[in-house]
Write a protein that binds this ligand. Structure first.
Ligand code: NDP
Length: 313
């Protein structure tokens, strides 16, 4: 059994920043990169909203730099995923997929969240070529073009509003005859001239020679007046929710209704002493790389103070 002061689970901006801070305060952290090394950002292309890169930076490169920075300051960064976590008492016992057992005095959970997709084969086909789950990340590429946002919740409305400031036209594809978003958000999208809401509408597929050029839609699916039609679009944005990657901690950590880890106010501390949560796994609201990085730093600082208080540093 391997013993560590700090085990970090996840390799997005939260995990790597936690590793950098924890290493620099001599916690010799062990970081497991998980099944998607680099995290959600690696599904996008250029990042232009992470400060410090005046011309933007390739997302994969940014994550590789973070990885290298963590290694340079002494973090033990490993491939592989933690598949078992017993948080019932300290030290916490975790196990990776190869059966290696780790005894950790503190755990920083930075397992992120995954955007939900509709499950259409075309979403895979055009991923990075017109299909995106993050308007803030990719909207800029659609200036003066036509895009569609799928979903009728707050996220979809926010994304549609954001995109309406860049794109020529924004369709919202909403499967129900109403929006689920807060009233004020509904009002905003309804009043925005270049947003058109397609109610009772589902997406059946996407088409295009070089990237997305349009979507096949069906209105009133399963009804007598069912109608198939196409719209011409350059970008297809999913905004049907995110699933936090918290399966491993269910029944152990306090989660909200959607499964996000609940942290104490102004802190990354969870309901279990010595367990911290950083990044999107505990953030249903902002979901930005820079915010995740910030909470990663907080988690490492809190873990360090905790170990110091316990005389275990
Ligand atoms: P929601 O679960 O609130 O909404 C998801 C939307 O996507 C719904 O319109 C839903 O339709 C639709 N949808 C889900 N699955 C499919 C599917 N397979 N095909 C087509 N449509 C689908 O998720 P959000 O991400 O919008 O919000 C999550 C939480 O975060 C909410 O509590 C929200 O209020 C909150 N939030 C708050 C913000 C704020 O206050 N500023 C900003 C963003 C989010 P249907 O209604 O038919 O289920």
């Amino acid at each position: 059994m391997e013993k560590v002061k700090t085990l970090i689970i996840g390799s997005g901006p939260a995990g790597y920043t936690a590793a950098i801070y924890a290493s620099r305060s001599n916690l010799q952290p062990l970081l497991y990169r998980g099944i998607q090394p680099g995290g959600q950002l690696t599904t996008t292309t250029i990042i232009e909203n992470f400060p410090g890169f005046k011309d933007g930076i390739d997302a994969n490169q940014l994550m590789m730099e973070m990885n290298q920075q963590a290694v340079n300051v002494g973090a033990d960064v490993r491939d592989g995923a933690i598949v078992k976590a017993d948080l019932s008492k300290r030290p916490f016992i975790c196990e990776d997929e190869r059966g290696n057992v780790i005894e950790a005095s503190t755990v920083i959970i930075a397992t992120g969240a995954s955007a939900k997709y509709l499950g259409l084969p075309d979403e895979e086909k055009y991923r990075g070529q017109g299909v995106s789950a993050c308007a803030t990340c990719d909207g800029f590429f659609y200036r003066k073009r036509t895009v569609a946002v799928v979903g009728g919740g707050d996220t979809a409305c926010e994304e549609a509003m954001y995109l309406s400031g860049l794109a020529k036209k924004v369709y919202m594809i909403v499967r129900k005859p109403f929006l689920r978003a807060a009233e004020i958000m509904q009002k905003r999208v309804m009043e925005q001239e270049n947003i058109e809401i397609l109610f009772n509408t589902n997406t059946v597929g996407l088409f295009g020679e070089q990237g997305v050029e349009g979507a096949h839609l069906v209105r009133n699916k399963g009804e007598q007046n069912e109608e198939n039609y196409d719209i011409a679009i350059d970008g297809f944005f999913l905004a049907i929710g995110h699933t936090p990657n918290t399966e491993l901690f269910k029944g152990q950590l306090e989660l909200d209704q959607q499964g996000f880890i609940i942290t104490k106010p102004r802190s990354t501390a969870t309901n279990i002493e010595g367990v911290y949560a950083a990044g999107d796994v505990a953030d249903p609201i902002y979901r930005q790389g820079v915010v995740a990085a910030g909470t990663g730093a907080m988690a490492a600082i809190e873990a360090e103070r905790f170990l110091q208080d316990k005389g275990e540093k």
